[in-house]
Design a protein. Sequence first.
Length: 363
Amino acid sequence: MEGPRSPREAELPHVLDFLTKNLRSEAPWSIAAEYPTALTSNNIHNMRIIADEDRVVSHAVMKPLIIKSPHVIYKVGAIGSVVTDDKHRGQGLSTQIINDCLKSATEQSCDIAILWTDLFDFYRRMGFELAGSEISFVIEENFDVPPINLRFSTDPKVSPDAIYRLYSSHSVNSVRTIEETRKFLAIPETKVYTAWEPNGQLAAYAIEGKGIDLGGYIHEWGGSVSKLMALFSFIRVQKNQPFTVICPRHATNLIEQMQRKPVTMNQGFLGMIKLVNFDQLAAKIKRAFRAEGVSDIVLEKHPDHFLFGIGQDLYTINNETDMVRLLFGPIDYRAIGIFKEETVQKFEKIFPLALWIWGWDSI
Ligand SMILES: CC(C)(COP(=O)(O)OP(=O)(O)OC[C@H]1O[C@@H](n2cnc3c(N)ncnc32)[C@H](O)[C@@H]1OP(=O)(O)O)[C@@H](O)C(=O)NCCC(=O)NCCS
């Protein structure tokens, strides 16, 4: 058994073949088509394999993302395509590979690592915890909005520049290039819905589906709230079946408008998160608080606990996973009742940290 290590360039087709056979056996496309920025030779140094006599038997990939938000610029290591050949399972191979991805994320100055899974207990053993927030709305019924002077389209041939322009206006988003947007638009099973101004400018977009995942889910969208609502109304008529819109908790205007409609709102987690460079993240958070006029925030990591609070209103947090939920949510500071009201009010200037990862970046 050899590894974990990065594949060599010449091994890449073999690695992609292993992943496609194990994770996409039913799909007529290569898994690389679904993750064009992660499973590519440009990111080969972040892929990890274990090989047995030249055969790949286990794999995971890490894709570093720069996420801009109003208060903090994060570096996030997104981990995905975790798989071990079925004859080699239960020997600790995936655990070794993920720990190696985490080491690499730490070395590359990521603040946190994140992944999306339903194997919660498997990843809890490695220190990940469900954290952050995601709001989703299931649009089941008619979704009527007042008439608006827009032209709607399902033509997938949309210029990546136009999508990119609206994407760039989000308050929380990853740093992407137009070329990356072009690659994301080409992912199999991607449906593109657009709304156009009379002058031909893109007013709103919504993206559904991503390879074998996210069919029936709008996982990327952009444009002003009123134009998006009109676009969702068009999608409801067009699809003639229910669909779900995923959105960040800080999209308060959209959430408010959606709640006035006959939709089902669900609250979930952004993903499973693990802290990988606590001191670096703490320094960013303290800087953000200082910019808001709060200079006495305490956020310290000690060998067996964290010290957290403002001024003299301090608490000891024993678990890293509790710390993750305090920073990114969904813990409600007021409801837990341990901090003074004035501390809670100061916390609320920054916490929970606005962190969001749009669907195309999930791996
Ligand atoms: C999940 C998977 C990657 C684990 O690979 P692996 O190399 O066997 O993992 P490890 O040997 O490091 O760890 C196995 C341990 O995890 C546990 N485990 C496996 N699946 C689990 C699950 N669904 N929930 C909780 N624990 C799980 C095993 O019981 C084993 O525990 P033990 O060591 O106490 O016996 C592998 O089963 C796999 O490839 N599954 C199919 C693809 C998949 O689901 N990938 C995850 C996508 S997020």
